[in-house]
Design a protein around this ligand. Sequence first.
Ligand SMILES: NC(=O)c1ccc[n+]([C@@H]2O[C@H](COP(=O)([O-])OP(=O)(O)OC[C@H]3O[C@@H](n4cnc5c(N)ncnc54)[C@H](OP(=O)(O)O)[C@@H]3O)[C@@H](O)[C@H]2O)c1
Length: 295
Amino acid sequence: MFLVTGATGDLGRRVVRLLRERETPVRSLVRLTSRYAELENRGAEIFIGDLRRERDLSKACQGVQYVISAHGSGESSDGDAETIDYKANIELIDQSKANGVQHFVFISVLGTDRGYEDAPVFKAKREVEKYLQASGLNYTILRPSGFASNLLPLAEQFRKTGLYVLIGDPLSRTSIVSTDDLARIAIESVSTDGARNQIFAVGGPDILKREDIPRLFSRIFNREPFLLNPPLLAVDGLRSAIGLFNPKLRSSLGTLRTLLANEFFTTPTETERLESTFNFKLETLEAFLRRYLGI
Ligand SMILES: NC(=O)c1ccc[n+]([C@@H]2O[C@H](COP(=O)([O-])OP(=O)(O)OC[C@H]3O[C@@H](n4cnc5c(N)ncnc54)[C@H](OP(=O)(O)O)[C@@H]3O)[C@@H](O)[C@H]2O)c1
């Protein structure tokens, strides 16, 4: 039995789908308020709980062999990295140990080892990585770059309007990963010898400049892009203004700023390592988008 946290998220949903396609038993930890009908219809066991409650984590781990921690502190948890990205994972690791879990897969983030001080999610992920490595559990730590699925709503907006908003340096590099490939890697980590107690950078096969993305949309939809390119300073100004009345939000916006201000791509060597360990070719961003957009 797998336990998947964040099972209603972009990644977690794909992990559960793929496990069920393979007819593997999976328990999805979801909140009562989440949209989980699809998971239930696919035959996943639904465990209603909240990552902020230790009792829920303790019960969710009972009878589980493999854990995939795919939750995150997005909008739905007010960007509370300390509670969701840090504390909930520490508790999940402790409960996994107490329940004899055989392998723990942790979804971290590319660049978590670069010491970004102003980015709560990066800091939380790094501390969880260290805790997991010292826990004695078998583990795989996956450090993904940005998910291709994040671009689907932007592509739909582009399809209708031709508009693309690119904040910051258009030349900064990224290697966006197919969210489906990441789901597959997360699942296969528990049964792949070369993945045991390893850390992998997980990006797509191509290193793109951020300005390549509206060009790609333009090619897919056969439409000229209308590009808006506000400088990073605009985010800084907004952040300072928000900080005057909401210091917590100001702090969580540090993660966004870090993502916008830095490059997140995987090297060809890292891509080769991933493809040879998991024995499949990673999907390009264009192939992912065309598959989902039906073009
Ligand atoms: N998106 C990216 O580009 C990216 C890049 C690198 C790394 N990552 C990491 O990859 C992981 C998955 O990201 P994602 O984009 O798929 O996440 P997401 O779509 O934002 O989903 C977050 C998930 O966490 C759940 N969650 C949040 N607070 C919870 C709570 N208190 N109790 C129970 N569940 C809770 C949410 O449930 P609800 O449905 O109830 O809100 C949702 O299922 C995260 O760890 C993220 O940091 C993401």
